[in-house]
Write a protein that binds this ligand. Sequence first.
Ligand SMILES: NC(=O)c1ccc[n+]([C@@H]2O[C@H](COP(=O)([O-])OP(=O)(O)OC[C@H]3O[C@@H](n4cnc5c(N)ncnc54)[C@H](OP(=O)(O)O)[C@@H]3O)[C@@H](O)[C@H]2O)c1
Length: 281
Amino acid sequence: MSSRHAGKVAIITGASSGIGAATALAMADAGMDLLLTARRTERLESIAAQIRSRGRRALVVVADVSEPGFSQRLPALAQEQLGRLDIVFSNAGYGLERPMHEMTDAELRTMFEVNFFAGVALLREAAQHMIARHRGGHLLMTSSCVSKFALPSFGAYAATKAAQESVCRAMRFELAPLGIEVASVHPVSTTSEFFEQVSTRSGTPSEPIHEHAPAWLIQSPERVARAVMKCLDHPRSEVWTSHLVRASSALFTLCPSILDAVLRREARRQRRRREACSTPS
Ligand SMILES: NC(=O)c1ccc[n+]([C@@H]2O[C@H](COP(=O)([O-])OP(=O)(O)OC[C@H]3O[C@@H](n4cnc5c(N)ncnc54)[C@H](OP(=O)(O)O)[C@@H]3O)[C@@H](O)[C@H]2O)c1
């Protein structure tokens, strides 16, 4: 399929599964060439093969985004190997279920390295690259709905997501005069590998997504990918995939006591779940 984005080149981090993989395929469908990065080679190669079967180019770069200097190298690599750079989707990230007082300093810092510092380094470098070429561009970063309201046991994760949103908001107005768009993306419960990864990393029992989110809140990675594509056509500061959650976050800001009631209930639910799992059967 050809579109106004045909021939453009995008970098996607966290492209081996979920939202990143779905967005990579949506971008290829729109005629774009992709630099894909994450840590799992086979998964990246499988997405790359699907992109090539759509007649587009795909460059696979296997690495941990938090490797020092790695993110900064990506814009030059895209330019060198794919000939240009138009779009960056900084999406790699993970969550950890851990009350703040139980979190180690190393866990906290690693999460900020992966979710925040690596992505910000990529966006800054890409902005410099785009400014030098006077061709404009589009920078997007996957934040979350929890950037607006932290959940118990996900305080550190929510902090990384709020920090991402703040940086994107500032960059949007710094770069607008230079023709570079910036947006933060705020998915709600998405059927990726995210929650499975959360329980593996946290050592908590795995919980099917429908047990901690109502059905109306659950979305596919393709839903998020479509919203990202729409933002490329109609740039905006924040990409949301649920109007209801967006409206709720506004209500929570206006009436913090409503948010407190919701979070008290969620904390009780988490406690019951932990107790049930620690009770021998
Ligand atoms: N799922 C949700 O409900 C939800 C809601 C709001 C926001 N988000 C955000 O959406 C983004 C994508 O998550 P997802 O839902 O698509 O989950 P996912 O399927 O677990 O995807 C996460 C991606 O990030 C990559 N990644 C994680 N740590 C990395 C590291 N240290 N270095 C390089 N790559 C790394 C993973 O690749 P490798 O493992 O191969 O490295 C994978 O490609 C994340 O930023 C997440 O916080 C998700």
